[in-house]
Design a protein around this ligand. Sequence first.
Ligand code: PRP
Length: 186
Amino acid sequence: MKVTQDLLADVAEVLLTEEQIAGKVAELGQRISADYAGRELTLVSVLKGSLPFMADLMRRISLPLRIDLMEVSSYGGTGTESSGLVRILKDLSAPIEGRDVLLVEDIIDTGLTLNYLIRYLKGKNPRSIKVCSLLDKPARRLVEIPIDYVGFEIPDAFVVGYGLDFGEVYRNLRFVGVLRPEAYES
Ligand code: PRP
């Protein structure tokens, strides 16, 4: 993969603007604040893609909460396809037993990563476990996952930005855009 110098030149189309994302994150934060009032909320961010979403979402939730971070990688797949085999690179740093856990994801594609993570975290005896994903790409789903909070349903396009990468690049774009085929075919 060539190292791109002009991130914007590789974007064919802006799918979600910075403003659209900010509006949706505020709306999700309000809903979560209402739903979890009086509960012991822990937000668990699944790195690295969910980093910008987590940072924005947590500041739109008006409740006392804890955050924790996990990092996983799927292995055995290709650069663009999950295999369903998940390796934990970084585990939770605090127990979640008895707590209400909300998993924060940037995108749900095949659902395999989350399917694994939900089962893994249930083994730690949280009081509840729910999912909040900024993006949902239902066309690619292989396993059904209950997504409790969804930002946007998107078509089956190769998207980057606001945390989402291709080859670890483009995560710092402030919008979500569709990558030009030339950028990932080269
Ligand atoms: C992305 C995303 C989810 C997963 C979704 O992570 O953040 O964790 O893929 O795909 P799935 O539904 O097909 O399992 P990725 O493995 O690209 O790692 P990253 O967050 O570090 O970019």
